[in-house]
Design a binder for this molecule. Structure first.
Ligand code: SF4
Length: 220
C-alpha cells in the first residue's frame, strides 16, 4: 500500500485535466521548499483542513455527510501515512501521547497487507492512538487520510467485522486529495500507520516489543 485509495481515485479521474496537473505542480513546488518532515506534514494538514472547511460551507455537503461525533469505526481501518507523517506521530509519542503498544505491535505484524490486517479481531484493529473513550489522542496531528474520510452512504457499513466485506461511499474531496497526493509523492517510503511508526521508532532505538511487554494491556 503506497498511496491512499481515495487520492489515487481522484488522480485517475483528473490526471488529464490541465488545471489539475497545474495544481499538482504548484503543490510539488511548495512542498519542495519545506525541508523539515514535520513542518511539511503540518503544512499539508493545514491545507487539507482548509479545503475540507471550504467544502463544508455548502449545506448540501453537510447534509450528505453521515459522520457523527463519537463514531470511531473508520479508526478500525488501515490508514496509509507518509514517512513525514510518521516523524510527526513519533514526535507526539516522544511528547507523551497515549499509545496502545499492544495494538500497534499486533497491527505492525500484518505489515502493509490489507487481507492480513482484516483478519485481526475488530477490537485489536482499533488504531493505536484511539483512546478508551473512542477519541484520537493525537487529533491535531492526525494523518492526512484521517482528515479526508467522510462517509455519505449508510454509516453502519463503516464497521467491518473480521471476514465481512462491505463497501462505503465517501465524499469526493478533490482539493484535499490533491494535497494528500502531493505529500505522498514527495516521500519515497510510505505505508500503514503501525508499520511506519514501528519503523521510525526502531530507527531511533525504541524496541516496540519491549514496550509491548512492559505495557501489555495498558496505554503508555
Ligand atoms: S490517527 Fe486518530 S483519527 Fe486517525 S485512525 Fe488513528 S485514532 Fe483515528
Amino acid at each position: 500500500m503506497n498511496l491512499p485509495a481515495i487520492a489515487v481515485r481522484t488522480y485517475n479521474q483528473l490526471k488529464d485535466d490541465s488545471s489539475y496537473r497545474k495544481l499538482l505542480k504548484y503543490i510539488s513546488k511548495k512542498l519542495d521548499k519545506i525541508r523539515d518532515p514535520i513542518k511539511r506534514s503540518r503544512y499539508v494538514h493545514k491545507k487539507i483542513d482548509e479545503e475540507i472547511a471550504y467544502q463544508f460551507e455548502d449545506p448540501v455537503v453537510r447534509n450528505l455527510t453521515q459522520c457523527k461525533k463519537g463514531c470511531s469505526a473508520c479508526c478500525h481501518s488501515q490508514v496509509a501515512i507518509t514517512e513525514d507523517e510518521a516523524h510527526l506521530l513519533v514526535k507526539e509519542i516522544e511528547r507523551g501521547a497515549q499509545v496502545n503498544w499492544t495494538r500497534l505491535w499486533e497491527q505492525a505484524k500484518a505489515g502493509n497487507d490489507t487481507k492480513a490486517y482484516m483478519k485481526i479481531p475488530y477490537s485489536m484493529r482499533a488504531c493505536a492512538f484511539l483512546d478508551e473513550k473512542g477519541q484520537c489522542s493525537i487529533y491535531e496531528s492526525r494523518p492526512s487520510v484521517c482528515r479526508t474520510n467522510y462517509v455519505i452512504s449508510n454509516p453502519k457499513d463503516c464497521r467491518v467485522e473480521e471476514g465481512e466485506v462491505k463497501s462505503v461511499q465517501l465524499l469526493n474531496t478533490f482539493g484535499a486529495d490533491s494535497w494528500v497526493y502531493g505529500l505522498f509523492s514527495k516521500n519515497t517510503y510510505n505505508g500503514t500507520l503501525p508499520v511506519m511508526v514501528k519503523y521510525l521508532l526502531e530507527k531511533k532505538g525504541t524496541k516496540l516489543e519491549q514496550k509491548r511487554k512492559r505495557y501489555p494491556t495498558l496505554d503508555a
